[in-house]
Design a protein around this ligand. Structure first.
Ligand SMILES: Nc1ncnc2c1ncn2[C@@H]1O[C@H](COP(=O)(O)OP(=O)(O)OP(=O)(O)O)[C@@H](O)[C@H]1O
Length: 121
């Protein structure tokens, strides 16, 4: 196993994450949302399995956001011209992020709302 090559791959992947964070407002929004949910989880008190679900959802949203950014870049690389297929590719990729983010938000509500109800009443 070439360890140096492995570390180089990590460096490239990290560069991709930094690029998306710097250039994509949606990615920064999801990072902010994840920080807020983490703080809320801390204050509310989640079980280990609930934290595992929340972390998995964070990872899923971040990963899809990165893939969406990659698709946007490839579409722009292929052609900067307006084309219905280019628009569809970007819209479908963005739709994938939205679908997972909405599912994550619903799961978040299922985890958090009963706990907040218990604290209030
Ligand atoms: N080449 C294109 N041809 C047709 N429609 C496009 C094209 N590029 C973008 N669009 C349409 O405009 C929308 C926004 O595209 P854009 O690349 O600006 O995405 P964005 O999410 O605003 O990206 P960024 O975060 O880089 O500004 C797309 O979802 C798509 O509907």
């Amino acid at each position: 196993m070439d360890v140096r090559k492995l570390f180089r791959s990590f460096r490239y992947a990290w560069r991709g994450i930094v690029h998306a964070f710097g250039r994509e407002q949606n990615f920064r929004f999801h990072v902010l949302a994840a920080l807020i949910v983490t703080a809320a989880g801390w204050v509310t008190g989640l079980s280990t399995s609930e934290w595992l679900i929340v972390i998995l959802l964070f990872g899923g949203v971040f990963a899809l956001e990165l893939v969406n950014t990659a698709i946007e870049r490839v579409v722009d690389l292929v052609s900067r011209e307006h084309h219905p297929l280019a628009g569809q590719a970007k819209d479908v990729a963005a739709g994938a992020v939205l679908a997972f983010a909405v599912a994550s938000a619903v799961i978040g509500c299922i985890i958090f709302i009963p706990k907040w109800m218990n604290l209030l009443f």
